[in-house]
Design a protein around this ligand. Structure first.
Ligand code: F58
Length: 839
């Protein structure tokens, strides 16, 4: 974003530069070797794979900076509307392979590196996996960035540059242990530090009222100041010269030392205040689908929201002078309620600093903000105590009360005397400890609110946001999630990508997934099916080698690879999966050797992190490991069953696991998984789904056909009744197969009973909120169908090919197009590509 004040000077500087980086082998090699020598200060004649990875990354960053600068310059001069995606999480995954593919240089770099003795694929493995997110919500933000850039939409992501990403999971003695993930220890060649982009952020203090031209005004004063410094990561699109930006904020002390304490001789406490400032962006909270009401978390939220809003306003003011134009220049998307305070901060700046009147300010806010909800789970709906907000952000608390006051007046006018309704819609939950309901705040401040799958949107309209849906009937709409085919097919599964390109006779499908529909013509083509099978086999071999390396268990290649990878949560029912595995094990044990021969061999792989304080989730991990220990070493059953807990599930692990999977499990209790996004990735990689009618599974089944999936379990309409019946004791007796499974667990067959005991005990008592016992029978039936289908490899692979060919709806390109059209009202802005002579 440079604005040249002096055209001549700009011309001169430009003429001194070597135009754009060349794409020939010599230019690539020279650029890498220059970085080895001048950036890394290593010797050209002897540098490690890691050194070569770093130098290659720097060389790629140079290229990205060219398009990144051109893009921002172009957007600024044309004063275009931009999307701002505010998210506390961006789960990017590794960047090198994705960058090379998006700028279409993988082949050039591979050959250039090979020529100097380096293997590109090995360099990929040198990169740390930046894991600044928990799960689906953070990964969705990353897929959206890729699609926004690819679709040439002017868009910036805004978030926090945590020093520590999600913890690294190691398994010791079957238990999850958490290791801090200091991902920056080897440096980060992809980011650009921006010491000049820095904002003061205030906390605590008080508000002062004063009068100006007959108007009563307020100002927030005092407290303490922390600085926010920007770090930028270029986000290249696929097959375009456009390059967007991800701006992450790091906290710094306002002054290196607090001179007052320093002069008083209190050296240590001056260091302490510096550390307190740095602490704000130090660690990502590792909870998924549950809220932690800690002051530090609220500080993180306000810190990044304030810096972001200031930055957005500064950019707007560079080219615009009329506030009414703001909604035509900026669309701010709140990724869940975590950045909700940005809306209040925006209002505060408009009213207290820009001196707009309330009506005007509210209109501008409301037309530019929108909010995405990702969950109906009550424990994940954010509320903040009024006392805490008042202490940390006193002016914001006043504004929240004002917003609520005006809103409650309106509701009272529309529904006179309906106090129940007013109470439900209020931003404040009354009680001993009053709370601000952040979702209500977001709905009110936004012109659009969206759910993330059809079923989920219907549920929020009918349950948690029912009153708001009645009040604002056009506000809540659906935007079914999607995933980027660049990372999730092309990068993760290069062999499949090449086969699709061969079959379609062009590679445009990578940017236009609708084109894969044509694959349907190959669903019964024997030759094609054989190629399809071979690719899956090669991916399985790669995974098997990896598992042998990290888990130390040898798994057979000819078995069905059955995978469930996602955060460990009771509603996702990894427990039901492992209970079935035990049932399968006991069944095989009962068989004669001749019958065992007929069993479809399976490798069951479960992976995912449990929130560090979530005891039941940790107990499930322990049980899976206990089952693995017994089953994998049981000579009787040999290779008919293997059970693997895959440790430290993360984006890069997913890129190996998903292409190797044949069956994947998406088995949440109906109504509880908002969407799910890995289900989409699995389908795109030719994996069949066993799943409930929940989240996006419903739409996947509409696209690929229920006959090409293994759907089972209670439907969402049945869940409440079933639950009530279970809790009132009116339930059926426990299934005898399940009882046998419980007995074997409780007798200690799979290790220590004490941790899992309370969970199993509750299930036997009917305290089964997630309906594991209820759905078990239909789950077993679906699993039997899986085995029967797998025996018919032709049929199985036909289903697999049809799945891929019908997966286009689940590209995040489609999702982003819908957001652009009905929420953000932004257009594509392709920037001019340099021509051959400029190169
Ligand atoms: C996930 N939410 C949903 N939250 O569970 C999943 O169904 C959906 O596909 C996905 O969002 C994308 O829409 C999720 O990942 C979190 O991790 C939050 C992190 C911060 C605390 C609260 C949960």
């Amino acid at each position: 974003e440079f604005i040249y004040h002096n055209e001549d000077k700009a011309q001169k500087i430009w003429s001194l530069m070597q135009t754009y980086q060349g794409i020939d082998q010599k230019s690539i090699q020279r650029s890498i070797v220059n970085h080895v020598e001048y950036t890394l200060a290593m010797t050209r004649f002897n540098f490690s794979d890691f050194g070569c990875y770093q130098a290659t990354a720097f060389s790629l960053r140079d290229r990205l900076l060219e398009s990144w600068n051109d893009t921002n310059q172009y957007f600024t001069t044309h004063n275009v509307k931009r999307v701002y995606y505010l998210s506390l999480e961006f789960l990017l995954g590794r960047l090198m392979q994705n960058t090379l593919n998006n700028i279409n240089m993988e082949k050039n770099y591979r050959e250039a590196l090979m020529d100097i003795g380096y293997d590109l694929e090995r360099l990929y493995d040198e990169e740390v996996d930046p894991a600044l997110g928990n799960g689906g919500l953070g990964r969705l933000a990353a897929c959206f960035l890729d699609s926004l850039a690819t679709l040439e939409v002017p868009a910036w992501g805004y978030g926090i540059r945590y020093d520590y990403g999600i913890f690294k999971q190691v398994i010791r003695d079957g238990y999850q242990c958490e290791i801090p993930d200091f991902w920056l220890s080897g440096g980060n060649p992809w980011e650009i530090e921006r010491p000049e982009v820095i904002y003061p952020i205030r906390f605590y203090g008080y508000t002062e009222k004063y009068e100006e031209d007959g108007v009563e005004r307020a100002q927030w004063k005092g407290g303490e100041i922390v600085m926010a410094k920007a770090y930028d990561t270029p986000v290249p699109g696929y097959n375009t010269f456009n390059c967007n930006n991800l701006r992450l904020w790091k906290s710094l002390p306002a002054r290196e030392f607090d001179f007052q304490s320093f002069n008083k001789g209190d050296y240590l406490s001056s260091v302490e205040s510096k550390q307190r400032a740095e602490y704000i962006t130090s660690v990502l909270y590792p909870n998924d689908n549950s809220e932690e009401g800690k002051e530090l978390r609220l500080k993180q939220q306000y810190f990044f929201c304030s810096a972001t809003v200031r930055d957005v306003i500064r950019r707007f003011k560079k080219n615009n002078s009329d506030w009414k134009d703001f909604p035509n220049k900026a669309a701010l998307q709140l990724n869940d309620t975590h950045p909700a305070i940005a809306a209040v901060e925006f209002l505060r700046i408009l009213i207290d600093e820009e001196k707009l009147d309330w009506g005007e300010a509210w209109k501008i806010l409301h037309s530019s903000f929108s909010y995405t909800n990702h969950t109906v789970l009550p424990e994940a709906l954010e509320t903040w105590s009024v006392g805490l907000i008042n202490h940390l952000l006193p002016r914001h608390m006043e504004l929240i009360y004002l917003i609520n006051h005006f809103f409650m007046d309106e509701v009272a006018k529309k529904y006179p005397g309906d106090y129940q309704r007013m109470q439900e819609m209020s931003l404040i939950a009354e009680g001993d400890d009053k709370k601000v309901r952040m979702a209500n705040l977001c709905i009110l401040c936004s012109h659009k609110v969206n759910g993330v799958a059809e079923l989920h949107t219907k549920l929020i309209q009918e349950t948690i946001f029912k009153r708001f849906h009645e009040y604002f009937p056009n506000k809540i709409e659906n935007k079914t999630n999607g995933v980027t085919p660049r990372r999730w097919i092309h990068c993760a599964n290069p062999k499949l990508s090449a086969l699709i390109t061969e079959a379609l006779d062009d590679s445009e499908w990578i940017g236009e997934l609708e084109r894969v529909e044509y694959l349907e013509n190959f669903a019964e083509d024997e030759e094609f099916i054989q190629k399809w099978i071979d690719i899956k086999k090669q991916n399985k071999e790669k995974l098997a080698a990896k598992i042998e390396e990290v888990v130390g268990v040898k798994i057979p290649i000819n078995a069905l690879y059955d995978v469930q990878i996602k955060r460990i949560h009771e509603y996702k029912r990894q427990l039901m999966n492992i209970l079935y595995v035990i049932h399968r094990y006991l069944t095989i044990k009962d068989m004669s050797p001749a019958d065992r021969e007929k069993v479809v061999p399976r490798v069951v792989i479960i992976g995912g992190k449990a929130a560090p304080g979530y005891h039941n989730a940790k107990a499930i991990i322990k049980l899976v490991n206990g089952v693995g220990d017994i089953v994998n070493n049981d000579k009787d059953i040999g290779d008919t069953l293997k059970v693997i807990f895959y440790p430290n599930y993360c984006v890069s692990a997913a890129q190996t696991l998903i292409p190797a999977s044949e069956l994947s499990q998406h088995i949440s209790t109906a109504g509880m998984e908002a969407s799910g996004t890995s289900n989409m990735k699995f389908v795109m990689n030719g994996c069949l789904i066993i799943g409930t009618m929940d989240g996006a599974n419903v739409e996947i089944s509409e696209e690929v056909g229920e006959e090409n999936m293994f759907i089972f379990g209670a439907r969402v309409e049945e869940v409440n009744d079933l639950r009530n019946r279970l809790f009132s004791g009116e339930h059926k007796p426990i299934d005898r197969r399940l009882q046998r499974v419980f007995d074997s667990i409780l007798s200690g067959t799979f290790g220590d009973v004490s941790i899992i005991y309370p969970i199993i005990h509750n299930l036997m008592e009917g305290k089964d909120y997630y309906l594991v016992t209820e759905d078990f029978d239909s789950y077993v039936k679906a699993q039997n169908k899986v085995d029967d289908t797998y025996r018919d490899q032709k049929k199985w692979n036909m289903m697999s090919i049809l799945g891929v060919s019908r997966s286009a709806k689940f590209s995040s390109d489609r999702t982003i197009e819908e957001y652009c059209e009905s929420i953000w009202k932004v257009d594509r802005v392709p920037i001019p590509t340099p021509n051959d002579t400029e190169r």
